[in-house]
Ligand binder design. Structure first.
Ligand SMILES: [Zn+2]
Length: 261
């Protein structure tokens, strides 16, 4: 049983007894793994920073095919995204990203594109870019990475390319012309600006995408469209989404958080 080396981002962490952890880690070359790391908590508290959720780590592990858990023998932080941890809004968005990745991945299903999306999104989140802007880019990019890219070039139902009133339907998988929207059970009106914003994002990497300007109205429309898409194709029960709404509407929560630092 050879030792495997990879890098990964810690999605979940559980403490076991006084000395060990169970980790769920989304790795670059082996997909999502679930493994135990023994004997590191009590004896070596100075290394605890290596084992925080969301860290990008270098890991060594043994794959144990007949066991529920792999055996992790090394885990060292490469990129701890410390700035995210100092800002409750950014921290909550990062938890949303992690939750989303955890929902759409299964063990050992390798998707380097998805891994790159997560690591780039966390890197951007630890900078100055508006987290809401990063979230829309991240949602689009992961939909693209798992084969659920919304159809934005033509009506997703009839294929028409030129029409003035544009609608968006998650069940049909993209934009609709007015005629098809009349026959769809669910659709929402969307501007050309929002559609062009999404198309642009899909063509470039995340760091460049964060510099693409979008009007407030188009950003709101994009958020509604992507939220409907994710609810329909992935899941609608995100613990973190409601908390993001609470945070953005109640600044007192942020002040409380800052006072605890
Ligand atoms: Zn149509």
């Amino acid at each position: 049983m050879p030792v495997l080396h990879d890098e990964g981002i810690i999605l979940r962490k559980y403490s076991v007894r006084e000395t060990s952890y169970i980790f769920v880690i989304f790795t670059k070359k082996h997909g999502k793994i679930r493994g135990t790391l023994k004997g590191v908590r009590k004896p070596y508290p100075q290394f605890a920073g290596n084992f925080e959720m969301m860290n990008r780590c270098g890991i060594s592990f043994y794959r144990r095919k007949k066991k529920a858990l792999d055996l992790i023998t090394g885990c060292e932080a490469i990129e701890p995204f410390l700035n995210i941890r100092k800002d409750i809004l950014r921290l909550t968005y990062s938890n949303y990203f992690i939750e989303l990745i955890d929902k759409i991945t299964v063990e050992y299903d390798v998707n380097e594109g998805l891994y790159t999306c997560l690591s780039e999104a966390l890197r951007e989140l630890s900078g100055k870019t508006n987290p809401k802007h990063i979230a829309r880019i991240f949602e689009l990019k992961i939909l693209q990475s798992i084969g659920f890219r919304p159809r934005l070039e033509q009506c997703a139902r009839c294929g028409e390319e030129k029409f003035s009133d544009i609608f968006f339907s998650a069940p049909i998988g993209g934009i609709l012309c007015g005629h098809c929207a009349n026959q769809a059970l669910v659709s929402l009106k969307i501007s050309r600006g929002a559609v062009n914003f999404m198309k642009k994002i899909l063509e470039i990497d995340i760091s460049r995408a964060t510099r693409v300007n979008v009007t407030r109205e188009s950003a709101i429309e994009t958020e509604k469209a992507l939220s409907a898409f994710i609810d329909y194709y992935i899941d609608s029960s995100f613990n973190t989404k409601k908390f993001i709404d609470d945070l953005e509407s109640d600044k007192n929560i942020i002040l409380d958080f800052v006072s605890t630092l």
